[in-house]
Write a protein that binds this ligand. Structure first.
Ligand SMILES: [Zn+2]
Length: 138
């Protein structure tokens, strides 16, 4: 078994340890080894975007602690709000779904592809302009 580190005192402990033998901290539910790619926001206890419940299930922290953490962080330059928004962008709603960021990028890619092939919505059939020079493309 690969030894892991206690999240509180950083001493080496067994991965199955429930209580750290060095600092006596309870570490059973805290699991940073879960794969973040499996995280998602659609949990029954979600209130708003589901980011707090995703962290709660992903890392094993109590849901109330995660929510309070976001609120407290928001008092420091709105850090909690920005972090929540960023995680909302990166976390898919259901497992295996695309995240809102991936969906947005896919939509943007489609829009660019459409602009390139059609030449834009109001160019009236003219050649599309070169993005760098502003001249009509050859
Ligand atoms: Zn410890």
């Amino acid at each position: 078994m690969n030894p892991t580190r206690c999240p509180y005192c950083a001493e080496e402990i067994s991965p199955e340890a429930v209580v750290c033998p060095h600092c006596r901290s309870h570490i059973a539910r805290f699991d940073t080894r879960s794969d973040p790619r499996t995280w998602h926001r659609d949990w029954p206890e979600r209130l708003a975007g589901g980011v707090a419940s995703a962290i709660c299930h992903g890392v094993g922290l109590p849901l109330t602690a995660v929510r309070v953490g976001f609120v407290v962080l928001s008092f420091f330059h709105l850090g909690g709000a920005f972090l929540y928004a960023a995680l909302w962008l990166f976390l898919p709603f259901r497992p295996g779904d695309e995240s809102p960021l991936e969906q947005g990028l896919g939509w943007a890619k489609d829009a660019v592809r459409r602009l390139r092939t059609v030449g834009g919505p109001d160019t009236g059939g003219e050649r599309p302009l070169d993005r760098m020079s502003g001249e009509p493309r050859a």
